[in-house]
Write a protein that binds this ligand. Structure first.
Ligand code: GLP
Length: 262
């Protein structure tokens, strides 16, 4: 894993956006793995500004969302289909026909989940997967004890996750209890992963993910098995990392050919 410690959330979004931009510049028809939540908003804002400036073009890229709630209508403003359209597809100028979100409303949810993984594979796999991490270490909606081999499937949301996401709903009771999420195995198949975590509420999950043992109790620790994962954290989210100074030193001494900052 490459750990990049930055000043604040805005800087985290800017730095992580450089990773996405370099993939799309190299391969305009790249397949992006799209995350929702607060963590990636800085990435999308930074990319959208570059699209507006005419520096980046996502019109040929395609996307697969990480997850979706089960049990809320498509047109609900907090369905991830709505969020992805509003926060990603429109500001980045992506083609809506090339962006898929797991179908949490399918009659046969298990078949829809299998088909989702097949569609990712048929697209050639995800070139770069954007991720956040939950306070309990979840990535996507893979809650603690999710199998490292899991594929896209229906999951039950942990009470903490429902409480954390209640801020997006009028009433906590409206937060769905179930979701469909890419599995940890699905996420590990992505060619590259970039995860953003900011704020002190993420410090313990970040420490577990980066330095903790490989454990299904911290689903993010599965990323230790990924060969190309970049973790961008602000100072608060990095607060419990034992080797923080080493990560700073490593980043400061990256050879020019390896740098992704312009
Ligand atoms: C959400 C999403 C995840 C996200 C995580 C953290 O519920 N399903 O993809 O990474 O929880 O959310 P946030 O970035 O808002 O803190």
């Amino acid at each position: 894993m490459e750990i990049v410690i930055v000043r604040d959330a805005a800087e985290a979004g800017r730095v992580a956006a450089l990773k996405i931009a370099s993939v799309v510049e190299r391969k305009p028809e790249a397949v992006l793995g799209l995350a929702t939540g607060s963590s990636p908003t800085g990435i999308y804002a930074s990319l959208a500004a570059r699209v507006q400036a005419g520096e980046l073009d996502f019109s040929r890229a395609s996307g697969f969302a990480l997850d979706e709630y089960v049990g809320i209508p498509l047109e609900h403003p907090e369905s991830y289909a709505s969020v992805i359209r509003r926060d990603v597809v429109e500001p980045l100028g992506m083609d809506p026909d090339r962006v898929r979100v797991p179908d949490g409303r399918a009659d046969d949810i298990e078949a829809a989940a299998v088909e989702y993984d097949e569609a990712i594979a048929a697209a050639g796999g995800i070139d770069i997967q954007i991720l956040g991490i939950g306070a309990n270490g979840h990535i996507g909606f893979n809650e603690p004890t999710s199998s490292f081999a899991s594929r896209t499937r229906i999951k039950t949301l942990a009470p903490q996750t429902r409480a954390d996401n209640a801020r997006f709903f009028d009433d906590p009771s409206q937060v769905p209890t179930h979701c469909m999420t890419q599995g940890l195995g699905t996420i590990l198949d992505a060619h590259e992963v970039v995860l953003v975590a900011v704020g002190s509420s993420k410090a313990s999950a970040v420490a577990g993910m980066v330095e903790g043992p490989l454990s299904a109790m911290c689903p993010g620790s599965a990323l230790q098995l990924h060969q190309h994962a970049t973790i961008v954290v602000d100072e608060e989210a990095a607060a419990l990392l034992t080797l923080a100074d080493y990560y700073r030193y490593t980043y400061a001494n990256k050879p020019a050919w390896q740098r992704f900052e312009h």
